[in-house]
Ligand binder design. Structure first.
Ligand SMILES: Nc1ncnc2c1ncn2[C@@H]1O[C@H](COP(=O)(O)OP(=O)(O)O)[C@@H](O)[C@H]1O
Ligand SMILES: N[C@@H](CC(=O)OP(=O)(O)O)C(=O)O
Length: 552
């Protein structure tokens, strides 16, 4: 009775059986309006089956177990580390998950708070600290304390995570013994974070009589490449995940709690990770696999913002974005979304809603295939720091085509990812993605970069420029002249020289390269110009009737 009662409560209290299916916006409003009521009713229902019975009949129908079986999951809700950082936060998230009317979520969780960073640090320390000192690694103690304190505060049995904590210490002992931390071991090491957070959360929901089932992504069909620390999800994942989650639902309905960030390598079968922030990608992959109507990504900010709030606190939420804008924004460094996470959502045409778990009433950002761009100028400003730039001027040994082909084949051979490119007939300037380089441990070793330069110098004169930043202006490139006019006006006022400019074929992004030391100031001033003097901007750039003048 206990577990059935939750489902009855969810549908019974909030169901509107005679109404047509709700749109996404309606569902969100319904959630906002009913949020407090729903959570308080939930408590009442849990304690009394009579009250539950009453709610069900008041809504005009009885919900049978047959009804339950016909339904399946209706959305993915992903909660990042900041949303599940403590017992208190986990309780809030549990309320959110169970309060959504008409939703049967698949919940994707990241590791608690900064657990992934702590695990990585613990691994690094284990390499050199010696086996006898592993138990004294500060980060290991922190992780143990955090997780044990959390289960105690939630009233969940410690056995839920004790085995993992023991194994984690054994693994660190192994690393200390081998004095080596390979990428493969590193992925296994960080997987403990998500494995524990999901077990705690599922156990807590079950304690609340909300039937939940924990899943390790690497056990349910998340098949990836063997690129440890930055693995790609393979196509086989979609049918496998759908089969497992849907099949389990049909045989025994329960909210699914899935580890974000993790997969299983196709060749080696070892645990992989999808790159930092990869839980967003887990969520969109599940959304596409099951063809769900919505993917929700819950963060600690009111949606995707007009710029990084750490650079400029006056950043404002962006209400609507296209998949292309969101992908570009993420790729060019907005930490809020994983760079690859928009791909499955775009392919499945599934709307992604970015919400704030600390402020659920805020509308957040809705990301869809298309949006009304008629009034859009600039959507967001993104900064990527610590970029290496190369100016490569041909010695004319090769023809123009041969030159460009050779330049890019050198990068391909060395496995280096190029971000922004600008070319002329005899030269090419480009930037190298710092995160990709780090994950391949290339840039840390100056010799590797020297090797790139050495190779390029066989066909060109090369100038290596470090400590640069890419400022990406994400917006309506139909309005590129307006954007550039305004941007260059601001940069000239600041006395900043733009060292490279590129407008991608994506039609949503203009990238400017400046010195690292000037970048923050540029972003702040650009933000003021584009987002805080909107009326002035409208006046300057509209054709008098309020609509933006069309560029030819
Ligand atoms: N344009 C942006 N919009 C929103 N947040 C941003 C942006 N750029 C950077 N951020 C940072 O991203 C953080 C949210 O992303 P993340 O830490 O991955 O969240 P979570 O761990 O909850 O998934 C915010 O706290 C914010 O500091
Ligand atoms: N825990 C992983 C995966 C993740 O997605 O985290 P978050 O959702 O907190 O960014 C990381 O820190 O990278």
């Amino acid at each position: 009775m206990a577990t059935t009662s939750l489902h009855l409560q969810c549908y019974g209290v909030n169901a509107k059986p005679n109404l047509p299916p709700l749109t996404l916006a309606q569902r969100t409003n319904l959630f906002i309006n009913n949020h407090e009521t729903a959570s308080s009713l939930k408590v009442t229902c849990k304690s009394s089956s009579d009250v539950l019975e009453k709610h069900v009949t008041e809504n005009g129908r009885n919900v049978t177990s047959e009804d339950e079986n016909r339904k399946s999951y209706t959305c993915v809700m992903k909660f990042g580390g900041s949303s599940v950082a403590s017992a208190e936060r986990i309780m809030e998230v549990a309320t959110l998950v169970t309060s959504f009317p008409q939703e049967i979520p698949i919940v994707v969780l990241s590791a608690m708070g900064k657990t992934t960073n702590k695990l990585l640090l613990a691994g690094e320390k284990a390499v050199s600290c010696g086996v006898t000192n592993v138990s004294c690694i500060e980060e290991l103690s922190f992780i143990k304390d955090l997780h044990l304190r959390t289960v105690d505060q939630l009233g969940v049995d410690r056995s839920v995570i004790e085995k993992h904590l023991e194994e984690l210490e054994l693994l660190l002992n192994g690393i200390a013994m081998m004095k080596e931390l390979t990428k493969r071991t590193q992925d296994y090491l960080v997987s403990f974070g998500e494995c524990m957070s999901t077990r705690i959360f599922a156990a807590y929901l079950n304690k609340l009589d909300v039937k939940a089932r924990q899943y390790d992504a690497f056990e349910i069909g998340f098949i990836t490449t063997d690129d440890f620390t930055n693995a790609d999800i393979l196509e086989a994942t979609y049918p496998a995940v759908a089969k497992r989650l849907h099949g389990d639902w049909l045989s025994d309905p329960a909210i699914a709690i899935v580890t974000g960030f993790l997969g299983k390598a196709r060749k080696s079968c070892a645990v992989t990770t999808l790159g930092r922030g990869g839980s967003d990608l887990t969520a969109t992959t599940i959304g596409k696999a099951l063809g769900l109507p919505e993917i929700q990504v819950w963060k600690d900010v009111d949606g995707v913002l007009t710029c990084d709030p750490n650079i400029y606190p006056k950043a404002e939420p962006v209400p609507f974005l296209t998949f292309d804008e969101a992908a570009e924004l993420a790729y060019f460094g907005a930490q809020v979304l994983h760079p690859q996470s928009m791909r499955p959502a775009r392919e499945g045409d599934i709307p992604v809603r970015v919400k704030n778990s600390y402020n659920p009433k805020a509308p957040g950002t809705l990301i869809t295939k298309e949006r009304d761009m008629s009034k859009a100028i600039l959507t967001s400003i993104v900064l990527k720091r610590n970029v290496t730039m190369l100016d490569i001027v041909s010695t004319r040994m090769l023809g123009q085509y041969g030159f460009l082909a050779k330049v890019f084949s050198i990068f391909e051979d060395l496995g280096i990812s190029v971000d922004v490119v600008a070319t002329s007939e005899v030269s090419v300037s480009l930037t190298l993605d710092p995160s990709k380089l780090w994950s391949r441990e290339l840039i840390q070793q100056a010799s590797e970069l020297d090797h790139v330069v050495e190779e390029l110098e066989k066909i060109a004169v090369v100038n290596l420029l470090q400590n640069r930043s890419i400022i990406s202006l994400i917006g309506n490139v139909q309005q590129s002249s307006l954007i550039l006019e305004k941007a260059f006006c601001v940069l000239r006022r600041l006395g900043v020289t733009v060292q490279m400019i590129s407008q991608g074929a994506s039609k949503v992004n203009i990238s400017l390269v400046v010195n690292d030391s000037e970048a923050d100031e540029c972003v702040r001033t650009l933000h003021e110009a584009f987002f805080e003097t909107e009326l002035e901007l409208q006046k300057d750039y509209t054709n008098g009737n309020g609509s933006v003048a069309k560029s030819s």
